[in-house]
Design a binder for this molecule. Sequence first.
Ligand code: NOJ
Length: 500
Amino acid sequence: MDSQFIALVATLVVSVHGCRKTELPPISHTMFPEGFIFGAATAAYQVEGGWNADGKGPNIWDNITHERPSFVANNNNGDVAADSYHRYKEDVQLLENIGFQMYRFSVSWARILPNGRINNVNKAGIDYYMNLIDELLAKGIQPMVTIYHWDLPQDLENIGGWTNPEIVTIFEDFADLVFRTYGDKVKWWITINEPYMVTKGYGADSFAPAAYLDLHGIVEYQVGRNLLLAHAKAYRLYQKKYSQQKGKLSMAFTGIFSIPKTDSQEDIAAAERTYQLTFGWFSHPVFVGDYPQEMKNRIEQLSRQEGRNTSRLPPFTQDEIDEIRGSADFYGLNHYSTVFVAEGTDQSSSDPKPSAMSDIGVTTSVDPRWPTGASVWLKVVPQGIRLNVKKICEEYCNPDIIITENGYDDDGSKFTDDPERIYYLETYYAELRQTIYTDGCNLKGHISWSLLDIFEWRDGYTKRFGLVHVDYNNSNRTRTMKKSAYWLKNYIEMHKIYYK
Ligand code: NOJ
């Protein structure tokens, strides 16, 4: 083997010179293990367009961008987006060209069920995803389907959206249809993308529907509760009705990943609390059972100080705890960046009314030396992803993990010239390999965000996450591979040659 030969030469060289003997890592450690999955992702509202094509109903993003255009930078909206509704074959061709083995995309709820409910199914919507799945499978690319990626049908928002407990069974019905229709072809499922971020659409103006703004501190926890119950219902339904399809299900979890600002006990505790009240809020009920104790204690205590008789965090019943516990076959992690946290809330931004964010009670900051993406929140901190994966192994008993999103955004000014994205991928991959080879974590795959330059929510088309450039000034939405896509193609290719 080459690696043994290199190691032998290195040993001889150091022994001749009498220097300290060092071991070179095996050459295979520059790569991921055999079977590791490389994928790319998008989400329906961010790429499809066709907002009212062929019977699709309106969703909360159609609604907010039409009713309140200034909600998004440059009054952008997803009416056409990258036009993947008409150009999905080009997308699949790009996936094949780069060498991806998996494509994570989401189904648009209102494209399949225009009113959100099961009594009105849109055949054209069903066909669209069937065609996309068939196109992927024909090229040997595994679909990973996200059932909900933030585009709630407007009719469901009109009855309270995720605040209304009825949503739990309405979502279960939708999931049932999707499993029944596509389940013989799809073996990887994400029920809900980033439930933590979904809560920020309520009680805050950050995402659609930007509703119940006065109820922050309360509404986020009601929404979070319904999201967890909806996820668990879908999971149990799959187990009961579709287990012969042998698919694997999870959520795509996220939160605020932080490092203590100093090594003081207070800051170390602040980082742990940040983890438990963001990532732990959703992953603890799924992997351990119930909310993290620290989250329950803290919100209970703050609620009492505010003069309330009950906690703002509504509890689960024992049956609900049992239904949610164990409702994932792997851990789907969306990770981009890392912050420092210090104990105590930043006074200058204090709002007298609590929120899920202020409940954490920390001040965040960044190291000015960290390189940054076009989004201010996206700092390049490769060691953070390793720490996050390691934390998952420790907290949740070493589950299988797939990075369901990870990537870098630029402002598009350099067209396809994106060395910063290559640097990001290269350094994050190096840390991910450490989680496998050094930390012993069961990391099974990495899904890049995003295949294309997409509609980046409130930032519209001003922030570009794509490995592939999309020309938004051209009605053909011309796609051009960036340098990072070529870099990644070579990197994936190297694995295929080595493991052949
Ligand atoms: C996570 C979300 O799932 C995705 O929709 C978004 O584009 C990326 N973060 C980047 O902000």
